[in-house]
Design a protein around this ligand. Sequence first.
Ligand code: MN
Length: 239
Amino acid sequence: MALEEYTKKRRFEKTPEPGPGMGKSRFPENYFCVQRHDATRLHYDFRLEMDGVLKSWAVPKGPTLDPGLKHFAAHVEDHPIEYGDFEGNIPAGNYGAGSVMLWDRGTFELLGTGTGAEQMAKGDVKFRLHGEKLTGEFAIVHMKGRGKGNEWLLIKKRDPSAAPGWDVEEHATSVLSGRTQEEIAQNLPARKAKQKTAGAADRVWASSRPAKRGAKTAATPAPAASAAKKKLQKSTGAA
Ligand code: MN
């Protein structure tokens, strides 16, 4: 089945990551999520639920609301739906060791023609996200005949939610716990009130006032953000 590779790479007695079949009722249909993963190289894992599993890509530069950018996305193994709200630390010595932040979550509407599986097979998946940070139309497109065959591009479409100049590292806190990556790495408790990032409310406000669109919407950047940003800029591959 589709989750064989996921299961083969992990020893569930050694990692807090969920095994398949641990309960999926808490997830809506057409769920999506993005995890910020500080592994060997910092990257973002972008996941779309299709046919009961999370189709997954590792995106070194992260998703963006800037429609002028096309970010490389390495197609990786399907993850179980139960991974969709995972946040925590994968211990040293395990596959993907490092801290994992639930960076965004929500639902998506499939656009274009054909089922999700058909669009995946075509290498051109069109969708509209309803996340806390990511909203509006996107596409993820396979670059055929290149390298290892797992090379895709994640692209924001031009629509009212597009924000030229948007910087993913200005929004580096958890939608689950409000924590920074460093706070997750140190196993600190969730913040009582989640830090304000550029959430859906901000986006609606911005898109109803076109003059402000694209303005920097970040509140106070986390102390770890600038170091993490440098690390991110240096990284070129996926993990
Ligand atoms: Mn990852």
